[in-house]
Design a protein around this ligand. Structure first.
Ligand SMILES: Cc1cc2nc3c(=O)[nH]c(=O)nc-3n(C[C@H](O)[C@H](O)[C@H](O)COP(=O)(O)OP(=O)(O)OC[C@H]3O[C@@H](n4cnc5c(N)ncnc54)[C@H](O)[C@@H]3O)c2cc1C
Length: 406
């Protein structure tokens, strides 16, 4: 291998040039409209130009690269399917998915920021908010002037969010919010948080909490080995006075946050394909160049088995996700169908990352290549937005009618 080690280069130049070529084994481009391809290609070029050269350095530093926020807004990653009157891109569900795929091809942490902003903050304000709330927040979120976060998970309630203890009391002219959320993406620097809390009757509602409200703090969670280029933190509410106009009025109950998760999980199903494509493409190129025993390792049956299985799994995931996108565009996709795609595609991606890492041998563990970063990122992606197990139980419930959660 003509390995040109780059130890002498500054940190932000250590990753190799981005030579990504997207696999399309079943000519799925033929199923896409010109608009889909245009949106996807713009996102792909932007990731190559703005994300790939810097992301390894930010992941190593465990820091979110805030300078890419404007670019994310420009490629339509903040509210791809939110109507243009609210500042969104007004695109369909396939375009939304393709944008998530391309961003996660760069890094799952960057895609997480875009997913949270679009599906967990803009979506509930658009769907469950009133017109004043939409006009106040959505254009600023779409442009990246505001960054949002979504507080559902609590220290003692992860897979079972319905058990949450965060609550608010009606104090006449305001609500008094108390409790704590943890594992919240974007929390350390978010301007607003969509927070799920119980009222005095135990019913769950969404509240918009703004940075600067007294008693509201967002300590950062450190020492993550995964999603290092995404900021994660807690949301602490200590007698926070929330104005009454900040309650999302149009939907309550656990179905409200779960509706947001449907939209985010759908984006993750596409995003995971991006991470898998990057690992496959890197491993294929490496295997063709790396000579051992006087021939490229790509010419060995063992490595061909790995690569052939990768492209097969990517192709299956692409078909599954494209069909799910069509169903979403027609308003027919069920939550259980979305669970199946999220679960399948993230599992597919993490397995491909592990195999691809091995194809690169020792080089696979370095930050010169993206594979190890993808692999570690996917450990979060397989856990958040419903764990691998929980999505299986959702499919189990859907096909048997019997919940096996308890
Ligand atoms: C990096 C990162 C970012 C995140 N971002 C956000 C965010 O922005 N907003 C937010 O609200 N949350 C966020 N989360 C939280 C995430 O959604 C939760 O971690 C996830 O839902 C799992 O909850 P838990 O970690 O408490 O695990 P637990 O619920 O304690 O689960 C532990 C294990 O038990 C299994 N398990 C649980 N219940 C059952 C059952 N009934 N049957 C069988 N097995 C079961 C699970 O599958 C898992 O393997 C984030 C998490 C991470 C790691």
């Amino acid at each position: 291998m003509k390995a040109i080690l780059t130890q002498s280069l500054p940190n932000d130049k250590k990753m190799r040039p981005d030579l990504f070529q997207a696999p399309d084994y079943y000519l799925l481009d033929e199923l896409l409209s010109d608009e889909h391809k245009m949106v996807r290609d713009a996102a792909r070029e932007w990731v190559k130009r703005e994300v790939s050269p810097i992301i390894e350095d930010y992941a190593q530093k465990a820091e979110f690269p805030k300078q890419i926020i404007n670019g994310l807004a420009e490629i339509g990653a903040f509210g791809p399917y939110i109507p243009e009157e609210y500042g969104g891109a007004g695109l369909d569900q396939i375009s939304y998915g393709l944008i998530m795929q391309e961003i996660e091809r760069g890094d799952s942490g960057v895609r997480s920021t875009a997913s949270v902003q679009s599906s967990l903050v803009m979506y509930p304000i658009w769907k469950y908010g009133n017109e004043e709330q939409r006009m106040k927040y959505l254009p600023k979120l779409a442009s990246g002037e505001f960054i949002g976060c979504f507080g559902l998970t609590e220290p003692d309630h992860g897979s079972n969010p319905g058990g949450m203890v965060t609550n608010f009391k009606d104090k006449g002219d305001h609500y008094l919010l108390n409790g704590a959320k943890m594992w919240i993406s974007n929390a350390p620097f978010a301007d607003i948080a969509v927070v799920w809390a119980k009222d005095e009757t135990g019913r769950i509602h969404g509240l918009i909490v703004e940075r600067g409200m007294e008693g509201f703090t967002t300590p950062e969670t450190h020492n993550k080995w995964s999603l290092r280029a995404s900021a994660t933190g807690e949301l602490i509410f200590d007698n926070v006075k929330v104005p009454k106009e900040n309650l999302l009025p149009n939907k309550s109950g656990l179905g409200a946050p779960l509706g947001c998760l449907d939209s985010a999980r759908y984006g993750i199903a596409w995003g995971a394909i991006g991470a898998a494509m990057d690992c496959y493409d890197t491993a294929l190129r490496y295997a063709k160049e790396r000579i051992q025993f006087d021939k490229p390792i790509a010419g060995t049956q063992l490595q061909q088995k790995k690569l052939a299985e990768m492209i097969t799994e990517i192709t299956k995931a692409q078909l599954l996700t494209w069909r799910l996108g069509v169903l979403r565009n027609e308003g027919k996709a069920t939550s259980a169908q979305i669970s199946m795609a999220k679960r399948n595609n993230v599992d597919m991606a993490i397995n491909i990352a592990r195999e691809a890492r091995q194809i690169l041998g020792g080089m696979g563990i370095t930050g010169e290549y993206s594979i190890m970063r993808h692999m570690m990122n996917l450990e979060s992606v397989i856990t958040y937005e419903g764990t691998h197990d929980i999505h299986l139980l959702i499919t189990g419930l859907d096909i048997t009618g019997i919940p096996a959660f308890k």
